[in-house]
Design a protein around this ligand. Structure first.
Ligand SMILES: Nc1nc2c(ncn2[C@@H]2O[C@H](COP(=O)(O)OP(=O)(O)OP(=O)(O)O)[C@@H](O)[C@H]2O)c(=O)[nH]1
Ligand SMILES: [Mg+2]
Length: 278
């Protein structure tokens, strides 16, 4: 990205456009550049190639590793929320696989009752992974599905319930109201539920993801973020604003369409993926 030349104004301009293209947003980009300018002065860096590692270190230092997840409630009820097509259903499957691998029992709740195909999609995953799926009739109440999923998990002594919800535009207030209702109903089935509400964000949507996150945060108690499609995007720079402006931990990264394509969020790997190869 940066060669063996002297650092000039042009270097800084190039760097700024690289950061903007990676979807860091103006605020984060300028704050990163300010820190880098300081580093170059204090460390007496003159060659622009020295900025490569300084930039990497700076970006990594701005991201946090995910906290340890709390599974003390039995069942631990996890909601997956997000806009249409962000990757909720696939992520439910990936998380299911992961938790099974960790030795936990899992149940899926198909609370996306808008489309029959949505229920089918989760059922296909359930069959593939050997995970039971609680679903309602088409167009039935999503709250009722969440309620029976939690009840069924209680009855079968299942450890983790993953509730897949319908994609909804964060700008549609009636749909956001419905999401609040699904939460309340889950809480009636089990006090404290949902224990985790994970917002699934498509990393290719860039800064718009930040607006989505704000709207979902206003409606429900989002406790963490999952960034999907990092395999098809060298962007994902909004991760910085999500952590700093919204204070949300990034828990997992989605790296493909298969059940095993999910890893805990790793700041160093994430930054390496954002940057062109050295
Ligand atoms: N490459 C890639 N594709 C992904 C990833 N996660 C999901 N997808 C794909 O994105 C598309 C949408 O994924 P879904 O899981 O159906 O998304 P959703 O949020 O449930 O969608 P709705 O229920 O319609 O709101 C599917 O084709 C997935 O295979 C990922 O991490 N990487
Ligand atoms: Mg879905």
């Amino acid at each position: 990205m940066l060669g063996a030349t002297e650092i000039t104004d042009e270097t800084w301009e190039n760097l700024e456009s690289i950061l903007i293209q990676a979807d860091l947003g103006m605020d984060t980009a300028s704050s990163v550049l300010d820190s880098l300018r300081l580093t170059t002065r204090t460390e007496g860096l003159l060659q622009s190639e020295a900025l490569n590692s300084a930039l990497k270190a700076e970006l990594i230092s701005r991201l946090q590793s995910p906290p340890v997840l709390d599974f003390s409630a039995r069942p631990t009820v996890i909601f997956l929320v997000g806009v249409n097509g962000s990757g909720k259903t696939t992520t439910a499957a990936k998380l299911g696989q992961r938790f099974l691998d960790e030795g936990r029992s899992v149940l899926f709740g198909a609370a996306d009752t808008f489309r029959a195909a949505a229920v089918d999609q989760l059922q296909v995953w359930g069959a593939r992974l050997g995970v039971a799926v609680v679903a309602g009739a088409a167009e039935s109440d999503p709250g009722a599905v969440a309620f029976s999923a939690v009840q069924s998990a209680l009855a079968r002594d299942i450890e983790v319930v993953l509730i897949d919800t319908a994609g909804r535009l964060h700008t549609r207030s009636n749909l956001m109201e419905e999401l609040k209702k699904v939460h309340r109903v889950a809480g009636k089935a089990l006090t404290g539920a949902p224990h985790h509400v994970w917002l699934v964000l498509d990393s290719t949507t860039g800064q718009n993801a930040l607006h989505q996150a704000r709207a979902f945060l206003d409606a429900v108690k989002v406790t963490g973020v999952i960034l999907t499609k990092l395999d098809s995007s060298a962007k994902g720079g909004m991760a910085f604003a999500i952590q700093h402006e919204l204070g949300l931990p990034i828990l997992f990264a989605g790296l493909g369409e298969q059940a095993q394509d999910l890893t805990p969020f790793d700041p160093a790997a994430f930054v390496a993926g954002m940057m062109p190869a050295d």
